[in-house]
Every structure is written in C-alpha cells, then in structure tokens.
Design a protein around this ligand. Structure first.
Ligand code: GDP
Ligand code: IMO
Ligand code: MG
Length: 421
C-alpha cells in the first residue's frame, strides 16, 4: 500500500498545492490523476508564490519524479507557458516530469466550445473556468478524443483537422463569434514543447515503482463537492475528483491505496455557480475573502465565502474513505469573536443531515456557535501552542466526523505547517 492520496473535500482551493509541496520530501513520486488547467494550485517558499495548473506540486523538489496521469486533460499551450514560467531550464524539468500517453488533449476548439456552451446557458451558467475541460472530457467519453500519445503520429495533423472540423460543425448551431488562429499557434508550439518530455504508458511505471516500495502521492484537483457524480450537478467539473478517481486516473488498484488525506479549509469557499448553504453575503463573508485573499488562482474571480459546512464535510469523508484530515487557513479566522459551524440543514422546514438531490431546495443551515481566538498563529510550530479555542474547534470537528485532524496549516508558506505528533 505505497500510494497515498491527497484531495480536496470542499469546492476546490482548499490548499492542496501548498500541502503536496510540504509533503513531497517523504514521497518519491507526485502524480496528478484528473482535472486539467482549470486547477490552480499555489505554493510558497523563499517568499515566492508559484501557481501550478497542470504540473504536479512536487515539481520544485529536484529529486522527485512528477507524473501527469491518464486521467488528466492537457492543453499544450498552457503546459508550455507553465513550464517556461517555473524557473528551472527545460532540460532539467524533463528529468523531473513524465506524462501519460493516454492523457487526453484539450484542443483550441474545446475552449471555444466551452465558451459557446456557457454563453448559451443564460442564467444557469456553471461558472466554468472556460479552459475547455467539459468539451475535452466529453470527447474522451464519447470516444472522439485525441491523446498525448497521438502527437508523435505521422498523421497527427490530419487527425487534428478532423477533430477541428467536427467541432466547427457543432459551433454552427451556436451564435458565437471566435477567432482560433492566435491560440492555435500557441497550441502547436505547446505540442512541440510536450515532445521534449518522456511520454510513456505511466500505469506500468506507477505499478512497478509501487511494487519496489517507492512512495507515491496522488494529488487531486478541484474538490469532492465538484465531482461529476457526487457534486451539485450540473454545477460541477467533468471528472471524478474523489479517491476512486485516483485508481482510474493512474491505472492502480484500490488495494494499493494507503492513506487518503482529506484537505479542508477552516471555513468554506466556492467559485462559480451552484448551491452553497453556508454562504455569507455580508461583512463576515467579505472579511473572510479579504483576510484569506480568496480570489481564484486560475481566473482571479472573487471566491464566495461562508462558514464550515459539516454535513458536506461528512459526505466528502464518506465518499472518499478519508483516513486523516488536514485543516488549512486556520490563521484566517484569528480575530473572529464567534465562529459558526453548520451541523445540519433545514430543508423545507425539516431538519436534515443529507445534501438534498434538488439544487433548488431552500436549505437553511443550523449552526452551533463556538468561541473564536484572537492570537496570530502563523509563527507557531507546535500543535500544543495553538489557542485553546482553536483546539476546541478542531476537537469539535474531529468528534463530529470521527476522523483525526493530523495537520493544521497556519499560513501559505511551506514552513507554516504544523504536523500533530
Ligand atoms: P488549491 O487549489 O487547493 O491548491 O488551493 P489554491 O492555491 O487555489 O488556494 C489556496 C490559497 O490559500 C493559496 O493562495 C495559498 O497560498 C493559500 N493558503 C494555503 N494554505 C494556507 C493557510 O494555511 N493559510 C493562509 N493564510 N493561506 C493559505
Ligand atoms: P483547484 O484544483 C475551484 C469550478 C469552476 C466552476 C466548475 C466547473 O484549484 O481546487 P470547469 O472549468 O471545470 O468547467 O469549471 O468548477 N472549478 C474550480 N473551483 N478550484 C478548482 O480547482 C476548480 N476547477 C474548477 O469555478 O464552478
Ligand atoms: Mg486552486
């Protein structure tokens, strides 16, 4: 059981990038298994912040292997830009990063389709990042996709044109203006960049390394509440963001999974549309956004903010089989006099512990109030030194969920991480 998984339990942006980077020293391989450039994973060290979209968050550790699995959808233009902005030369990065032949490609026309679909939705927009995720996964499951392994084929250009023409036919049904040329140029330059990297059937390598007692960390993108099956459909992404997604997105057996780390913010955020029972459209919500710098890492959009939602957290823990909880952004809540925590919902006047199927249900959160804490906690290194009120908050969540909180993150830097002994 040499493969651990780290994934988000809320609506994304829980701090996955920061924690994967902080955990990387104890792993040999860091592997992304789903999602694509809709992700924005931030990590900070030496006073510099990096935001990764496609590349796993272990990339800054020179001795670690980073792997983009078959479950990921790759836009070569985004990939090239990201590689060039990382810092280390391409010749060095090609030693640290390998890519699955079976990862599907996001074509320039997938981005256009994403925008056309979203524009046609009127009031029921998903709030997509418009990176082409939905159309690329649609083509994958309808068996119309192009994959990374195809870029070395002699007839790649013909295949590309075939796919483009199919998309252009669909686009005729939409009253949507677009210009493909500029992006197509960047995209083909990205394809050339991809060719510098090792493109292999990564499922063989992952299984071989796990068999040799190498430790692998599977890095989730998005969050459980954005999962295509279990999130608030249709306000979700197009992949399985849950622990089961690591098996299909890397080609591994459930038997090989060890720990499943579930990461959550001490409060909740959501970017894009869809239900958010504990959302705060008031001063407290603004305070959480401003103190927590809650603006999207990929799109810059302001994130919706609210109190911690335990029914949603418990649901995520159940679906994923979480073995350890990691709590981030506890520092953002310093100074709040009262901290509310949602313990159940009232749906149409009746108390309820389940997330309703119907997104239109009027959900009223039922709160328990806990005392806040004043202290700035970002410099603390030892769990025992955390304010008593924060420890009570942690204890409350552990008792409610039945899962231990083994890590508390108190700032964006990789050093601002407290592991509980
Ligand atoms: P991800 O998508 O899950 O990797 O999360 P994002 O990077 O999109 O968003 C998390 C944001 O919170 C980033 O700006 C991080 O630098 C920051 N962050 C992560 N952990 C902490 C923490 O414990 N405290 C504070 N204040 N910021 C954090
Ligand atoms: P990370 O990995 C937060 C949201 C979008 C939108 C919905 C569908 O950084 O946590 P898509 O582009 O997939 O069609 O968008 O999902 N979304 C995210 N929200 N963090 C993310 O990734 C997200 N990736 C997608 O805002 O509501
Ligand atoms: Mg993010």
């Amino acid at each position: 059981m040499n493969i651990d998984i780290l994934l988000g339990l809320q609506w994304g942006d829980e701090g996955k990038g920061k924690i994967v980077d902080a955990l990387s020293p104890v792993y040999d391989v860091i592997a992304r298994f789903q999602g694509g450039p809709n992700a924005g994973h931030s990590l900070e060290f030496n006073n510099v912040k990096h935001v990764l979209h496609l590349i796993p968050s272990g990339i800054f550790h020179p001795d670690k292997l980073n792997l983009i699995g078959n479950g990921v959808v790759i836009d070569p233009a985004v990939f090239k830009k990201e590689i060039e902005e990382l810092g280390p030369p391409v010749s060095e990065l090609t030693k640290r990063l390998i890519i699955s032949t079976k990862a599907n490609l996001i074509l320039p026309s997938h981005r256009i389709l994403d925008a056309a679909y979203e524009a046609s939705k009127g009031k029921s927009k998903i709030g997509s990042t418009l990176k082409g995720i939905g159309p690329a996964y649609t083509d994958k499951t309808s068996r119309n996709g192009l994959r990374v392994g195809d870029i070395s084929r002699d007839d790649f250009m013909d295949l590309y044109k075939e796919h483009l023409n199919r998309h252009l036919t669909i686009l005729k049904c939409y009253d949507f203006k677009f210009d493909l040329k500029e992006y197509e140029k960047e995209w083909f330059e990205g394809v050339e960049m991809l060719k510098n990297f090792r493109i292999i059937n990564t499922e063989y390598l992952v299984n071989e390394l796990a068999g040799k007692d190498k430790k692998i960390l599977a890095e989730g993108a998005q969050g459980t509440m954005l999962d295509v099956d279990f999130g608030s459909y249709p306000f979700v992404t197009s992949s399985n963001t849950i622990s089961a997604g690591a098996c299909t997105g890397l080609g591994i057996s459930p038997k090989m999974i060890g720990e499943i780390f579930g990461i959550f913010k001490a409060y909740c955020t959501r970017v894009g549309s869809g239900p958010f029972p504990t959302e705060l459209n008031d001063e407290t919500g603004n305070d959480l956004r401003n103190i927590g710098h809650e603006f999207g890492s990929t799109t810059g959009r302001p994130r919706r903010c609210g109190w911690l939602d335990l029914p949603a957290l418990k649901y995520s823990i159940m679906i994923n089989g979480i073995t350890q909880l990691f709590m981030t952004k506890a520092d953002v809540m310093s100074g709040f006099k009262i901290i509310k925590i949602c313990t159940s919902y009232k749906v149409d006047g009746k108390e309820c512990l389940e997330i309703p199927f119907n997104n239109d249900s009027a959900i009223e959160p039922v709160y328990t109030d806990l005392p806040g804490w004043e202290e700035n906690i970002s410099a603390l290194k030892d769990y025992n030194d955390l304010p008593e009120a924060l420890k009570k908050y942690i204890k409350f969540i552990e008792t409610e969920t039945g899962v231990p909180i083994t890590m508390v993150s108190v700032g964006p830097d990789r050093k601002e991480t407290i592991f509980r002994k």
